[in-house]
Design a binder for this molecule. Structure first.
Ligand code: FAD
Length: 339
């Protein structure tokens, strides 16, 4: 039986650094330990919340149940082909440790996702993405367990319903399943995704383009524009970029000709707008109310300057949403999971 802690402070386990307590807290380090923990919760009708690195959650109140943090940490090669490798990675592996492993082993497919905080188990939940790459491009399948009845499941990529910052685990299966392992299919090759201008410019400093220089360039770019949660509480982008019909984008472009519009690969007939640009254009970049504010180097990021509460953050985020809606008529939605 895993040791359960009681009345555990979640402050060190969420990157905003907000105080909230979990009635119970467990960190099983094996799939059997996870199964056992879930079974005990089922038998005793204890609600369960799965927590990875806490880099995309806001605890708005204490959690009257068990917070389960998987601490499983295996990376194994399940299949080798001439051109690819399939790796099966446990949920508790730190995402960036996995990315570093792939780069060191010359495996291509997640290098642009370097430096994203959190765990491998959470990566499929919101289909993490950065620098033109998304987790869904490399995820082959998932293994998990249903929380309600303990049924194990295997889910192929196409059944995960991946879209921009979303998946089945943010919708039908929200808080209902735990992902225990993720299988990634990674290529041995040299077809890099380096179209972005800022990435190309950073890469020039290295003189050579390979997985290591791409990873290092991305780590540099991220460090320059994103706050380190160890110094300033945040969860990365607080809002998703809105995905709208082309006609809606055209309407806005007439009013705001310099507004950036991107193609939204997973929504054929729609386009993506920049929530950060909209927030900045409402003069909110760097704006602060007490301990909560919009980060001054990236308007999509909300920060806790220290001493802020989750409720302050939620009220502040609604103010930002309202201001954007008043100016652009577009609703921006939070990317973070508010618990
Ligand atoms: C500075 C900073 C930069 C960031 N940059 C990016 C970025 O570039 N791109 C991007 O996409 N995101 C980014 N993020 C957001 C965040 O890092 C990712 O969403 C990450 O995948 C969250 O992982 P986590 O382990 O911390 O998940 P948590 O925050 O612990 O959990 C997030 C959600 O996933 C669920 N969950 C966690 N683990 C599991 C599991 N094993 N099974 C089922 N459900 C689970 C939780 O219940 C919760 O709903 C950033 C965050 C920060 C703080």
């Amino acid at each position: 039986m895993n040791k359960w802690e009681e009345n555990k402070s979640l402050k060190p386990f969420n990157t905003f650094g907000f105080e909230a307590k979990a009635r119970y807290f467990a960190t099983p380090d094996s799939t059997e330990g996870i199964e056992e923990t879930l079974e005990t919760c089922r038998k005793n009708s204890i609600p369960v919340f799965i927590l990875g690195g806490g880099s995309n959650v806001v605890f708005s109140k204490d959690f009257d149940g068990l917070v389960l943090c998987p601490r499983t940490d295996r990376i194994s090669i399940s299949r080798k082909c001439m051109e690819s490798r399939t790796l099966v990675v446990s949920a508790g592996v730190v995402w960036d440790d996995f990315v570093r492993y792939t780069v060191e082993n010359n495996l291509m497919g997640v290098e642009n996702l370097s430096g994203i905080p959190g765990t491998v188990g959470a990566a499929p939940v919101q289909n993490i993405g950065a620098y033109g790459m998304e987790a869904k491009d490399s995820i082959y399948a998932l293994f998990g367990i249903m929380i309600d009845d303990g049924q194990p499941f295997f889910m192929e990529n196409r059944d995960c319903k991946f879209t921009y910052r979303s998946s089945i685990f943010k919708n039908e299966l929200k808080w209902k399943a735990i992902i225990t392992r993720v299988a990634f299919k990674l290529a041995k090759g040299r077809r890099f995704k380096i179209e972005r201008e800022d990435l190309q410019e950073e890469l020039r400093k290295y003189g050579t383009i390979n997985l290591s220089s791409i990873r290092q360039s991305i780590l540099n770019l991220r460090a320059a524009k994103l706050p380190d949660p160890g110094e300033l509480g945040n969860a990365g982008s607080f809002f998703k970029n809105p995905v709208v019909e082309q006609a809606e984008a055209d309407r806005l472009l007439e009013l705001f000709p310099s507004m950036p519009v991107y193609s939204a690969s997973t929504f054929d007939d729609k386009v993506k707008l920049s929530a950060g640009w909209m927030i900045e254009n409402c003069s909110l970049k760097g704006y602060r109310e007490n301990n909560i504010g919009v980060y001054d180097r990236q308007a999509l990021v909300l920060v806790n300057y220290g001493g802020g509460t989750a409720n302050e953050l939620i009220l502040f985020s609604r103010m930002v949403q309202d201001r954007v809606f008043e100016k652009f008529g577009v609703k921006i939605e939070p990317e973070v999971d508010i618990v």
